[in-house]
Ligand binder design. Structure first.
Ligand code: F6P
Length: 564
């Protein structure tokens, strides 16, 4: 049955109800048993795509689970929504925009129309402009005002104008050009920009002001501080043209800031900020690793796009990850989902996915504006797996909360220390095995009896040493972390998020939830700047503003006494 226009609530759908019944059958099953009764389980529950291998066998699922989940996907018209995504339909319905991060890596160059106009020519022009610019900077043809080669690049941006390029820059370290370092400034705390600028030379620094709207207060505040820092050295506004470029949709505000439009790299409103690293928001990456490698990343993402488009739902990586996430979120009531990379270069991936996922699906109103009566986007969190093992894995192994997690593991390392990589790889597999199988009371006794030296007061400890297991994980094995495989990996998660947004009937591409904080910040900032006692907010906020006033007054008085 097809849920026309997704008007019927998720929980009313017949496939959803079948899953509820299925859940009661599956919940009591232990994965140990599921593996023991089917020697082919791992093989059956593994999909591969061009060196990216997803083993989803360590999940709380039987052979019927995925087919039932795929029926849910069909009942919410996932396949037709997927077509709408790629074709440029305005699926961002509250902002009346298409969602076309896929067009940015559309290596096939087939036309994609927005309001009747093919967007590919402007995308290709932007890539050409980035290629020419980055070539000049990387070769030294583009020098600073004192004719010195650029050695440092600063990307000033926040959210999607920071997290994506920063994550990719870290992930592709082995591909960077020597002698060209990228720095990322995002926090409006002056300490962030201070600790960056204090070590750099304005003569050899290029600044990229990255902001889709070019109105984000944190970014513009930092940009003005950087501009002042630069002019203190350059002493001539004409030199700004050699050291400042902008990435934005907003020509008016870019010009107002004082950046020549020749030095502006355009992006478009049909690309969401958290999906924009493939655009000129990725300029810092292009400068660092070169356009050839950037294009390899685009091609990897395009390859995953094709897989997402063409693979049958039951063999479709983004669909499988998305539906398994729904399975835990909506049937096992898991509140969060862990992302644990076992590759140092992917250490910022969890932070990137926090925005990509939680700013997309952290919503409680469906695309028709109706309050939902089911759980939507989970809390996404994580860090490098090895570090997590020594920080919070205790809670995953023996806590009371279900925490499904993705283990992302590189098979081959860029490091010369193969033996270290073996240790990391072994840890990754040991953790997913331990989370799945646990350790029974009898097994714990057996381990304890064999331990040397013998464990004291066993009876007091033994129950603390038992592992229930049956904790679900996905393992993503990457042949090697390269521009291409990174592109595939990021696109995989973008499409996973899309799948879940469709299941939960959300608009995954707006972010109204960030507006109120911005609005109140402006009000409180004005209040802070007034000398009088503030009473216009709630008692708590008033008290804290007035307390801040008093602290600043005392500090100013102290400074007066010192200077007097
Ligand atoms: O406030 C949230 C947000 O709009 C994100 O969605 C976005 O990535 C970030 O702020 C930065 O926005 P901009 O690129 O327009 O400065």
């Amino acid at each position: 049955m097809i849920n026309k226009n997704n008007k019927t609530s998720l929980t009313e759908l017949s496939s959803y109800k079948k899953l509820q019944a299925h859940y009661h059958n599956v919940r009591p099953l232990h994965m140990r048993r599921l593996f023991s009764v089917d020697s082919q389980r791992a093989k059956k529950f593994t999909v591969e795509h061009e060196g990216l291998r997803l083993d989803y066998s360590k999940n709380r699922m039987s052979h019927n689970t995925l087919p039932l989940l795929c029926n849910l996907a069909r009942e919410v018209n996932l396949e037709s929504w997927r077509e709408r995504l790629f074709s440029g339909d305005k699926i961002n319905n509250t902002e009346g925009r298409a969602v076309l991060h896929t067009a940015l890596r559309n290596c096939s160059n087939t036309p994609i129309l927005v309001d009747g106009n093919d967007v590919m020519p402007q995308i290709n022009a932007s890539i050409d402009k980035m290629e020419q610019f980055s070539h000049k900077v990387r070769t030294g043809d583009w020098a600073g005002y004192s004719n010195k080669k650029i050695t440092d690049i600063i990307n000033i941006g926040v959210g999607g104008s920071d997290l994506g390029p920063k994550m990719v820059y870290e992930a592709l370290k082995p591909y960077r050009q020597k002698g060209l370092t990228v720095h990322f400034i995002s926090n409006v705390d002056g300490a962030h920009i201070d600790e960056t600028l204090e070590k750099l030379n304005p003569e050899t620094t290029l600044l990229i002001i990255s902001s889709k709207t070019f109105t984000t207060q944190e970014t513009l505040t930092n940009a003005h501080i950087a501009r002042d820092w630069f002019l203190q050295s350059a002493q001539n506004e004409a030199h700004i043209a050699k050291h400042f470029v902008a990435v934005s949709t907003n020509k008016t505000e870019v010009r107002r800031f004082g950046i020549d439009l020749d030095n502006m790299f355009e992006i478009w409103d049909w690309v969401g900020g958290r999906y924009s690293l493939w655009s000129a928001i990725g300029l810092s990456v292009v400068l660092s690793v070169g356009m050839k490698n950037f294009k390899k990343m685009l091609s990897g993402a395009h390859s995953m796009d094709q897989h997402f488009k063409d693979a049958p739902l039951e063999q479709n990586m983004p669909v499988i990850l998305g539906l398994l996430g729904v399975w835990y979120n909506n049937f096992f009531n898991a509140e969060s989902h862990g992302i644990f990379p076992y590759d140092h270069y992917l250490r910022s991936l969890p932070l990137y996915l926090e925005q990509a996922d939680m700013e997309s699906n952290g919503k409680s109103v469906d695309r028709h504006g109706r309050k939902v009566n089911y759980a939507t986007g989970p809390i996404i969190w994580g860090t490098s797996g090895i570090n997590g093992q020594h920080a919070f894995y205790q809670s995953i192994h023996q806590g009371t909360k279900m925490i499904p997690a993705d283990f992302i593991v590189s098979m081959l390392t860029h490091s010369v220390h193969q033996e270290q990589h073996d240790i990391m790889f072994s840890n990754a597999l040991a953790q997913t095995e331990a989370l799945m199988r646990g350790r029974t009371l009898d097994e714990t006794y057996a381990d304890v009896m064999m331990s040397n030296p013998p464990v004291q007061n066993i009876e007091e400890r033994i129950h603390h040493m038992v592992f229930e297991g049956n904790h679900p994980t996905n393992t993503l094995l990457i042949d090697k972390l390269t521009p291409r495989s990174l592109g595939m990996l990021i696109a995989l998660y973008e499409h996973k998020i899309f799948v879940q947004g469709i299941i939960w009937n959300l608009n995954s591409y707006d972010q109204w939830g960030v507006e109120l904080g911005k609005q109140l910040t402006h009000r409180i900032l004005q209040d802070i700047e007034q000398p009088h006692t503030v009473t216009s907010h709630d008692g708590s906020t008033n008290a804290m503003i007035n307390y801040y006033h008093n602290i600043l007054k005392k500090e100013a008085k102290k400074e007066e006494e010192v200077t007097a």
